[in-house]
Design a protein around this ligand. Structure first.
Ligand code: GDP
Length: 452
């Protein structure tokens, strides 16, 4: 493989920047552009050692640097790697990179270092994907989940399912080779039991997929309520800054504003909508249409009511429009309470009292959301299928096993069962990356940043 280089630190000024070179000629390239103050020869440096010196372009000094050498296979990529830490100025960093490219390295593509680590067997595909999750983690739980996956949790669980399928395939192969022998493992009842057991294991793999997705991407949430109940105030309180227009005049929030907010460790992808009520105002009417669609497609509906006034017909209409996960937020808890809760109680047990104006009661809201979506420590640590690609692989494998079980039940030939079990196995191998097309590999790593 060619020798590649890239700046691994962000494209912004900082205390230091790191330029990484990896590949067969990494050390030779580093030797051409780096001179050590202690006269260390780069080519003689051992792995995991560093030298203090300067980067230069054919003798023209560029910057003081530390060079760290990693020797194959004991490096992130599994190849010889040199890392240059220089001052974190944008110009100086790019200037050193240019010099490295001039001396024989090529520009690394997005995710190329991690892709090489995968191709060199340093990581399985789920671990490689988790590296990107660690980089993009925005909270403690997200980071814990990514770390759990990066240590190979998904791989181990998938591998155990895959081993069970291989055992079944082995039994079927033995039967195909010696059909006259008595092989108890291929008796339909026994085979069925084995397949059902793998299917159960696979189901647990995807069971917590939604928790994982919710941690990473956030819960698609919509705030609804008739005008003036305090939706915009709540939206602004959650997002921490003024974003939608707040006024006393009913109907001033005319279209949908979106914001990702964090409530403790929970991420909400929050949409504030036009107040839902009967209206003649055409522009506002468009906003309301969108709001009603959003109620149906949202994963969580925060329905806001004004605790300081009695329940209105608009409130009742709204309650009747909501069918999915729904929390009733009784706002303005700082005012004298005039709202009769009985109609709301008939529809949901999830009721929280807040004052959006004073940011009161927000932690109760967080707790209800965590309970509603089962976002507890256990669900975070048992997330295994972490992204859509991985989930699809498990879903496809389950589908094949279901078909294999159906084939058995229908008394079809074991050859047919064999084909389906083999197909299920292929899906699991592509999940871990043990058997995968170049196109999928390229697709996975194209989502990485350059330098990782
Ligand atoms: P929206 O039309 O539902 O978006 O309502 P707004 O957020 O624009 O709020 C309408 C009015 O209610 C504004 O005057 C807010 O200041 C007021 N308001 C919002 N939240 C509270 C609250 O918790 N307590 C009190 N007393 N007033 C609030």
């Amino acid at each position: 493989m060619s020798t590649v280089a890239a700046i691994s630190t962000p494209n912004a000024p900082g205390g230091i920047a790191v330029i990484r070179i990896s590949g067969e000629d990494a050390i030779a390239v580093a030797e051409k552009i780096f001179a050590s103050y202690g006269n260390k020869k780069v080519s003689e440096m051992q792995g995991y050692t560093c030298a203090y010196g300067y980067a230069h372009d054919e003798g023209q000094r560029l910057d003081d640097c530390i060079l760290t050498v990693f020797r194959a296979p004991h490096s992130y990529t599994g190849e010889d790697t040199a890392e240059i830490s220089c001052h974190g100025g944008l110009y100086v960093t790019r200037r050193i990179l240019r010099c490295i490219l001039k001396n024989g390295a090529e520009n690394a593509q997005a995710g190329e270092f991690t892709k090489r680590a995968f191709l060199n067997g340093r990581l399985d595909l789920t671990q490689a994907e988790a590296v990107m999750d660690v980089i993009s983690a925005r909270g403690e739980r997200e980071l814990k989940m990514a770390e759990n996956l990066r240590s190979g949790a998904a791989f181990k669980k998938v591998r155990s399912c895959s081993d069970k399928l291989l055992k079944i395939l082995g039994d079927l192969a033995a039967w195909a080779d010696y059909p006259e022998d008595d092989i108890p493992e291929v008796e339909p009842e026994y085979l069925r039991e084995s397949l059902v057991s793998v299917r159960e294991d696979l189901s647990t793999l995807v069971k917590n997929y939604d928790s994982g997705r919710i941690i990473r991407e956030g819960i698609r949430t919509v705030i609804v309520g008739r005008p003036n109940v305090g939706k915009s105030t709540l939206f602004n309180c959650l997002s921490g800054f003024e974003r939608s227009i707040v006024t006393d005049i009913a109907g001033t929030t005319r279209d949908v504003v979106e914001e990702t907010v964090r409530l403790g460790d929970v991420t909400l992808r929050l949409a504030d909508t036009a107040g839902i009520h009967e209206t003649d105002d055409i522009i506002e009417g468009i906003g309301i249409g969108i709001a009603e669609q959003m109620i149906d497609s949202a994963e969580l509906v925060l329905a806001v009511f004004d605790g300081g006034s009695p329940l209105s017909n608009d409130d009742v209409d709204l309650i009747n429009k909501i069918n999915n996960n729904f929390i009733a937020i009784i706002n303005k808890s700082d005012l004298e309470q005039k709202l009769d809760l009985s109609v709301i109680r008939e529809k949901t047990e999830n009721i929280v009292f807040i004052s959006a104006k004073d940011s009161d009661g927000i932690s109760d809201l967080q707790q209800i959301i965590e309970t509603l979506f089962e976002l507890n420590e256990e669900s975070f640590s048992s997330v295994t299928a972490a992204n859509e690609r991985q989930k699809k692989c498990v879903d496809s494998a389950i589908l094949c096993i279901d078909e294999a079980i159906a084939a058995l039940d229908n008394g079809e030939l074991l050859d047919a069962v064999n084909v389906l079990v083999d197909e299920a196995e292929q899906h699991l191998l592509s999940l871990t990356g043990e058997k995968i097309t170049d196109a999928v590999v390229d697709e996975v790593f194209s989502r990485f940043c350059v330098g990782k």
